[in-house]
Structures are given as structure tokens and as C-alpha cells.
Ligand binder design. Structure first.
Ligand code: NAD
Length: 559
């Protein structure tokens, strides 16, 4: 078992390299199937294979500042002489030209050990377990509540969802933080048990009757509860719809994006599913898509009965569409909006997205110092301090102490620079790595997830993550990654990832400021260019004296 090193002992020649090594170790410490190097999202891997992993570790240990380690699809292919202000690691994963970017070709190459799906944050070593997505799920549920139930605080409402995997297990915790009760359907009892141990569930119901009774009681009392039910989401969603029970919110976070490895078809137990997906992969995919179609039909029925239904970034509608009739599929896309388009884009317009930091010392006390700084620095946005207080109370620890926090343009760099100063002064005992999810304002193109329904029709345009990575490299960010989709996401996405280490030096201060402002600033410009008034306002706001970042200079293509 791999665990991340803690404390102040360096195994590498600089803290910058040591930080990246600890981030790599940490994604395996908190990952789903570390023995296979699988971190999350069904197949998302930290490295190509174990020899590649060990070669990366050796290369990081030997890496001098002024050199750059080059990773190609999860394996190291060389160290080039660059300069001290250059990234220490650049990485590209499974970027494949359009006509070659098919699921079949990807699975075949994966089997042959020739490629991997790097997830968003798996092969870029930025995953922090469910903590990472907790903030996003909380922001999403809050935005949905504000939009649909502006009158209520949510305590008398509930969410129906599925999947308690790496990301999905954030759902019951985030729902409770947002004041909602939740019923989560999960096929694998081990995933349920794991979340019970982590303190994320109040009840594992024996059957649907018990689950609905517990939810009914909690909703009536206005006392949010988190209930899990072992079962297949297609079956359970259909039964709920047939009973005429109407949840307030309905979504899903099984790994539906991958019909072979991410979604268990109805009527199969886990052991048979695991066996058959190797011996009869085509049959498994067909059956999974049929079950997804059943689940989507149930979601539409719940929507017709009054529930608010949305897709939460797992490509469920795209996969189900293959087993739905054309009119049903049309109804699914019209009636079940993607979460980004429906709720979160106004935040991306301001560069606000899933920023995160990792305390490389392993010390909770260090995390407290950063929490305190983040709570204090942005009085004009009280929701930041509110989130930090909630996160401290509700989020179970996983791996190195870490925090995700939705910060925007200027704010990210302001916090990181303050933390760098605290590392320099010794108020924080060791360096801190700053990073983010790839699903961010500039970093992501996925026409069914991050960029669905863009105002200028740029849903599938992947210039933005590529521009982002180029800018991040010019800033000397410590790690810059460009990932494409893999497995069920083959041909669907392009993303960029970044990690910058606050090691207390003046050079780190400069790198943090540049990289974090460029990254979120490009996000604002992207959305301004697409025509979003909120982003154009964010450009104007950047010129105000109270702006945390430098003034953004946007060249409006329409004038
Ligand atoms: P995971 O593979 O770790 O977990 C998937 C879970 O779904 C597993 O526990 C599995 O047992 C369960 N499952 C599969 N089929 C089921 C079924 N029919 N009924 C009930 N449970 C079933 O994946 P993850 O990391 O949790 O990610 C889930 C999905 O969310 C992925 O598609 C991923 O791409 C997406 N995602 C979205 C966001 C976002 O911001 N919205 C972020 C990250 C990931």
C-alpha cells in the first residue's frame, strides 16, 4: 500500500519535486483500487503501470530544479534541461486525434498497456478523494436550491441519487451540508460500508420501504439525514417512480460514462459483472445501456411528476441514448439539463471554480492556518468563510490534509501568496500544494459536462484547455498536464491541470501569482468571449481597486 510521506524530510532535491512526489503518493493513498493504480472514475489511473510508477518516483527523486521531467501517458520518457523558472513536470495523457479517439481503440490499447485514461486529476496527481468534489457538489446543490426553491432552506427537501464511488460518495455529505436529506442507491455493499466508516451516512436501509420511511420522517421534521440503499439504480429509480413518490431533486453519479467498466446492469451481481465485462464486453455494454435507459425513463417520469432532475457530469444521457428511441432520447436531453449549464456556469464566468490545496506536512494544524486565512481574506464573499466552517465540521479526512474551496479570479492567487508567506515565516510547518479540478473555467472542454450549451456554440472547442496549459507553462507552474478522454470518455474531452507549490520562497510567490491568475483569468476571458454578461462584468470588475487580481485586458471579438 502506498501512503504519502509526511513531515519535513526531503527525499528529492527540492521541495518542488518532493511536493509532486507526495501528490502522486497521495492519489494512491486515497484512490479506489491502488493495487491497479486506479484512482477514481472507474478507470482513471495515476501512472501507466507499476514499472512506470517506480520510474517516475526515481526520476522525481533525482530531478534538479532547471530540468523538466516529461511524462507521456503515464510514463516518464525523459528529463530535459530547461531553466529554474520552468515547470518541473509536464504531462500529456492519451491525447489522440479525432478519428482514432474511439472507445474500442482505447480499450484495446489499454489492454496492451499502450495507453491509460488519466481521469481528470488521477494522472495529474491532484485527486484528494471525495473531499475534492464535495465543494462542487455542495455549490451545485445550493445553486439548484436557490434556483428552484428560493423560499426554503431545503431542510424539508430531499435528493434521490446513486453511486457511492470515489466521487459519488461526496453526495450524501454535501447534501447534508446544503440542508438536504438524501437517498443514495449503490450496488456495491463495500462502498456503502466504507462511507459508514467514514461517517458519511446516517442509515443503511434494509429495503426501499425503510429508506423512504426514514426520508419521509426527516423531511417532515426538517432534520436532514443521509440514507443509503444497496441495489441497482435503474431498478430502484423505476420502483420509486412507479410508487408515485416524488423526490425534490434527482440525479446520478454512477460511473455511467463507461458502459463497460462503470455501470452495473440490472440483474447482475458484482462478481458476474466483473467476470463478464472481460469475457463478454459487448453484451455488458448493451445491457448497461439498456439499464441506463430504464433509469433515464424513470428520471423523466419523476420530472413529469414534479421533481427537479439534472445530470451530474457522468454522461448518463449520452450512454442511455444508444438504448432509447430517438424521441425518448430527445426528451432526455431536453428534460434533463447538464449541471454546469443549469447551475454552475455563472460562477465559471467569474473564474470561480474547484480550487484546492494540500498540506504536504500532513499536519492538521497547518490546514487550520490555511482555513483561517481563507476565511478572513474575502469578507466581500461571506460564502467562502461559511463553506470553510461547514467543511471543517462535516468533511471526513482522507489522505494528506486538504481542502477544496471555490475561489475565483484573483482570490486564488491572493490566498496562495498569503500561504506562501506563512510557509516562509514558519506559521505553516512545510510547503503547501495548490491545484484544482480539471473541470474548471478555462481547463475543461467536454460538450456534455463542462461546456454543454455554451452561448457561442463552442461546446466542443478544445482550444481553451490547450491555451490554458501553454499559459501555465509560461508561468512556471510546477506541474502542467493536458489530458484527453479515455475509456467511455474517449473522444469526449480535453482538459488541463496545474499544481503550484508554495514553498515559502520569493520565486514560488511569483509562480503562484502568475499561474493562478493566468488560469482563472483565461477562464473569465473564455466566457466573456462566448458572450456571457457575467464574465464581461468580471472583466470590468478586475479594473476596480478592490480586485484581488491584476486588470484583465479582454479584446472583444465583436467590436
Ligand atoms: P467510481 O467508479 O469510483 O464509482 C462509481 C460507483 O457507482 C461505484 O461505487 C459503483 O459500484 C456504483 N454503481 C455502478 N453501477 C451502479 C448501478 N447500476 N446502481 C448503483 N450503483 C452503481 O466513479 P466516481 O469517481 O464516483 O465518479 C462517478 C461519475 O461522476 C463518473 O462518471 C465521473 O466521471 C463523474 N464525475 C463528475 C464530477 C462532477 O464534477 N460532476 C466530478 C468527478 C467525476
Amino acid at each position: 500500500m502506498i501512503t504519502a510521506a509526511r513531515g519535513n524530510m526531503l527525499r528529492c532535491k527540492s521541495w518542488r519535486a518532493e511536493a509532486l512526489l507526495r501528490m502522486l503518493e497521495n492519489v494512491l493513498e486515497v484512490g479506489e483500487r491502488p493495487e491497479e493504480l486506479v484512482v477514481y472514475a472507474a478507470l482513471g489511473k495515476a501512472a501507466r503501470d507499476w514499472p512506470a510508477y517506480h520510474a517516475i518516483v526515481d526520476a522525481l527523486r533525482a530531478l534538479e530544479v532547471g530540468r523538466t521531467l516529461v511524462l507521456q501517458t503515464g510514463r516518464p520518457i525523459g528529463v530535459l534541461t530547461t531553466h529554474p523558472g520552468a515547470p518541473l513536470v509536464v504531462s500529456a495523457v492519451n491525447n489522440t486525434v479525432g478519428r482514432w479517439a474511439t472507445e474500442e481503440r482505447c480499450y484495446e490499447r489499454m489492454r496492451e498497456g499502450k495507453t491509460i485514461w488519466g481521469g481528470l486529476t488521477a494522472a495529474a496527481w491532484q485527486y484528494i478523494g471525495r473531499q475534492g468534489v464535495l465543494g462542487g457538489t455542495y455549490e451545485l446543490l445550493r445553486a439548484a436550491q436557490r434556483k428552484h426553491f428560493p423560499e426554503a432552506d431545503g431542510r424539508h427537501r430531499w435528493l434521490l441519487t446513486a453511486g457511492l464511488g470515489g466521487m459519488g460518495s461526496a453526495q450524501p455529505i454535501s447534501a447534508k451540508m446544503a440542508g438536504l436529506s438524501s437517498l443514495t442507491v449503490e450496488v456495491d455493499p463495500a462502498k456503502i460500508d466504507r462511507l459508514v466508516v467514514a461517517g458519511g451516512l446516517d442509515l443503511v436501509a434494509a429495503d426501499l420501504e425503510e429508506a423512504l420511511a426514514a426520508i419521509g420522517k426527516a423531511v417532515a421534521a426538517g432534520s436532514p439525514t443521509a440514507v443509503a440503499l444497496q441495489g441497482n439504480s435503474a431498478t430502484v429509480f423505476e420502483r420509486i417512480a412507479a410508487r408515485g413518490v416524488v423526490p425534490d431533486l434527482v440525479t446520478d453519479q454512477t460511473a455511467a460514462h463507461d458502459a463497460r467498466f462503470g455501470y452495473v446492469p440490472e440483474g447482475l451481481d458484482l462478481a458476474d459483472w466483473i467476470r463478464l465485462r472481460e469475457s463478454a464486453p459487448r453484451e455488458i455494454e448493451l445491457r448497461a445501456r439498456e439499464s441506463m435507459a430504464t433509469q433515464v425513463r424513470a428520471m423523466l417520469a419523476l420530472r413529469d411528476a414534479g421533481a427537479v432532475v439534472f445530470e451530474n457530469g457522468n454522461n448518463l444521457r449520452v450512454q442511455a441514448a444508444e438504448a432509447l428511441s430517438p424521441p425518448e432520447s430527445e426528451r432526455a436531453f431536453a428534460g434533463i439539463p447538464g449541471f454546469m449549464q443549469a447551475y454552475l456556469r455563472p460562477l465559471f464566468c467569474r473564474g470561480i471554480g474547484p480550487f484546492r490545496w494540500v498540506l504536504l506536512s500532513g499536519s492538521e494544524a497547518d490546514r487550520d492556518v490555511v482555513d483561517e486565512l481563507a476565511s478572513r481574506l474575502f469578507p466581500e464573499r461571506p460564502e467562502v468563510a461559511e463553506w470553510i466552517a461547514l467543511a471543517r465540521q462535516h468533511i471526513p479526512p482522507q489522505g494528506l490534509p486538504a481542502r477544496s474551496c471555490w475561489l475565483g479570479y484573483g482570490e486564488r492567487a491572493a490566498l496562495a501568496v498569503a500561504v506562501n508567506d506563512a510557509v516562509r515565516d514558519g506559521r505553516i510547518s512545510a510547503p503547501v500544494a495548490f491545484t484544482r479540478d480539471h473541470l474548471d473555467s478555462a481547463g475543461m472542454t467536454h460538450p456534455r459536462i463542462g461546456t454543454e450549451g455554451m452561448a457561442d456554440d463552442s461546446d466542443g472547442v478544445s482550444d481553451w484547455p490547450i491555451l490554458d496549459a501553454m499559459l501555465l507553462a509560461t508561468a512556471g507552474a510546477d506541474l502542467v498536464a493536458v489530458h484527453s478522454g479515455g475509456g467511455g470518455y474517449s473522444g469526449w474531452m480535453q482538459s488541463s491541470g496545474v499544481t503550484v507549490v508554495a514553498d515559502g520562497t520569493p520565486e514560488a510567490r511569483e509562480r503562484l501569482r502568475l499561474a493562478l491568475d493566468l488560469d482563472s483569468g483565461l477562464g473569465v476571458l473564455r466566457h466573456a468571449t462566448a458572450g456571457y454578461p457575467e464574465a464581461q462584468q468580471a472583466v470590468r470588475d478586475s479594473a476596480r481597486p478592490e480586485s484581488h487580481g491584476p486588470e484583465l485586458h479582454w479584446i472583444n471579438p465583436n467590436t
